[in-house]
Write a protein that binds this ligand. Structure first.
Ligand code: SF4
Length: 74
């Protein structure tokens, strides 16, 4: 299962934690703001770790089967 991933680019501060946790899913663009390069690039646990590690909760994960937001939790 791959999460539907949204990066809140106006919230991202370019900390790079997501790239460290899931380097095949996230990258930083020329402005050091995160982009999704492949939503299925890493396993779901790594993508969840990336989202949970973001210091500003700029990564939103949706379960594609239920449409429910998985992260942030509320
Ligand atoms: S961890 Fe969060 S703030 Fe850091 S680059 Fe990724 S999305 Fe941006």
């Amino acid at each position: 299962m791959s999460y539907q991933i949204k990066v809140l680019r106006d919230v991202c501060i370019g900390a790079g934690t997501c790239v460290a946790e899931a380097p095949n899913t996230f990258d930083l663009d020329d402005g050091d703001i995160a982009i999704v390069i492949d939503p299925a690039g890493d396993d779901a646990a790594s993508v969840l770790a990336a989202a949970q590690g973001c210091p500003v909760d700029a990564i939103v994960l949706i379960d594609p089967t239920t449409g429910q937001r998985v992260w942030p939790e509320n």
